[in-house]
Design a protein. Structure first.
Length: 92
């Protein structure tokens, strides 16, 4: 029950924040919450498959963090702001 309430907090952090770095941080926290759930359930059912899946999720999260930070740096150099409302790079 507590995991679902924490997930709502992280989801609201993702949808309410307007800073790109805060959005990336919220995504990373959500991925870690899912990893914690996988580890708990795999331990409860005495299977290793959940922990193996967590390893792959961590690899994807590390790649996502590297690409995300590179995009943040590129956007900041171009727009000189990290506010999501002021970044309209995909608009014509």
């Amino acid at each position: 029950m507590r995991l679902f309430s924490r997930r709502r907090i992280y989801d609201s952090g993702f949808f309410l924040k307007r800073n790109i770095i805060a959005l990336l941080l919220s995504v990373e926290i959500m991925l870690n919450a899912v990893n914690l759930t996988f580890v708990v359930f795999s331990n409860q059912h005495r299977q290793i498959s959940g922990q193996i899946f967590v390893f792959f999720v961590l690899v994807v999260a590390a790649a996502e963090a590297a690409v995300g930070l590179a995009l943040v740096i590129a956007i900041f150099r171009n727009r000189e702001t990290l506010n999501v409302d002021r970044s309209n790079l995909l608009k014509w």
